[in-house]
Design a protein around this ligand. Structure first.
Ligand code: PLP
Ligand code: COI
Length: 340
């Protein structure tokens, strides 16, 4: 397979069009079989449910080239099941989970020339999404939907790759108790744009959101879950019904316990205890593990002992083990790696 002529090592986290994408339509109460198409555009009625009432959700996963040259993706079944949860909460028809995984594989296969080579630092980001495509003007679900998957080669989500980032505690909330924070609804991201633009203008890389009810517990950022490492080497990750159940975070909990012999705590994390942790990071498909060096809470700086130059030593071990599994250097737990 001849790869495209792309400067893989200098890719940022951006979109570039690739050769084929998957499209399936839901009409009269059923999904069609779906096809791969070269057409990267969408034509919609001006009154489509997605345009009027933001009836849309999405997923994100990656494909990798392994050390021995295979193309694989990581736990796509969990993306399929999380997308089902998103669809149910948004009154959208579930795309069958087995067909979701098959369509992911078909899209990667059809764009294999864009899967970055092993060791390049880049990966193929895969974006499944669904939206209400028929006209709605009263507030109600659409009757028709489109499910699509495209892919695009990407580099690190944060400029600087593995350099520690700085985060601020945000005064706005991301998700309400009993709201939609636990699903991947487009609306959760639309309402975070004001805050992220402001954070960047103020010199921060990301926002830390707190629980909306009491503003005392750590939730997540706009696009990743938090991980913390205690001074005695435990992994602590925030637990809340209003954060997205990150597949990376769930995988890291297994990696920490089963591969690295660490203790793992998944529990509520108070804002006023984070200064006691030795290391902090963000985890997600796009973020992988991005180390956090500093968190600023209204002028008060919380600087982690791991500093602003490098990933902390425990975060590094987690990172190396997780990416080792994803790139085929380390044996994966049963079912985690799906070959294309
Ligand atoms: N939290 C939010 C809000 C996200 O958008 C994402 C990205 O998908 C994550 C966490 C990380 O989830 P995952 O590890 O499944 O990519
Ligand atoms: C992902 O990590 O896949 C996401 O969807 C996060 C987004 C901020 C890019």
């Amino acid at each position: 397979m001849e790869k495209k002529n792309i400067d893989w090592s200098n890719l940022g986290f951006g979109y570039q069009v690739t050769d084929k994408r998957f499209v399936a339509n839901y009409k009269d109460g059923a999904w069609d079989d779906g096809v791969l198409t070269e057409d990267a555009t969408i034509t919609l009625t001006e009154c489509a449910g997605v345009l009027q009432y933001a009836q849309t959700c999405f997923e994100g996963l990656k494909a990798y080239t392994t050390e021995d040259g295979r193309t694989v993706c990581f736990r796509p079944d969990l993306n399929a099941s999380r997308m089902s949860d998103s669809c149910k909460r948004l009154e959208m028809p579930v795309f069958p989970e087995d067909k979701f995984v098959e369509a992911v594989k078909a899209v990667v296969k059809a764009n294999e020339a864009y899967v970055p080579p092993y060791g390049s630092g880049a990966t193929l980001y895969i974006r499944p999404y669904m939206f209400g495509s028929s006209a709605v003007i009263g507030v109600k679900p659409a009757d028709e939907y489109q499910f699509r998957i495209f892919c695009t080669p990407v580099g690190p989500y944060f400029k600087g790759g593995a350099k520690p980032i700085t985060i601020r505690v945000c005064d706005y909330d991301r998700a309400a108790p009993h709201g939609t924070g636990h699903i991947k609804a487009g609306l959760n991201y639309a309402m975070s744009l004001y805050q992220i633009v402001d954070a960047h203008e103020q010199g921060y890389d990301e926002n830390m959101y707190l629980d909306a009810a009491t503003r005392t517990y750590v939730e997540e950022t706009g696009g990743a879950n938090f991980i913390f490492i205690t001074k005695d080497g435990k992994l602590v990750t925030p637990k809340s019904d209003s954060i997205l159940p990150s597949i990376t975070r769930r995988s890291l909990m297994v990696v920490a316990e089963k591969y690295l012999g660490m203790e793992v705590e998944h529990r509520q994390v108070r804002l006023d205890e984070i200064g006691e942790f030795a290391e902090c990071g963000l985890c997600g498909t796009a973020a992988v593990i991005s180390p956090v060096g500093k968190i600023v809470d209204h002028g008060k700086e919380i600087c982690f002992p791991s500093g602003m130059d490098d990933m902390g030593p425990v975060t590094r071990k987690l990172y190396d083990t997780l990416t080792g599994i994803q790139m085929g250097r380390i044996e994966a737990p049963e079912g985690w790696i799906v070959e294309i």
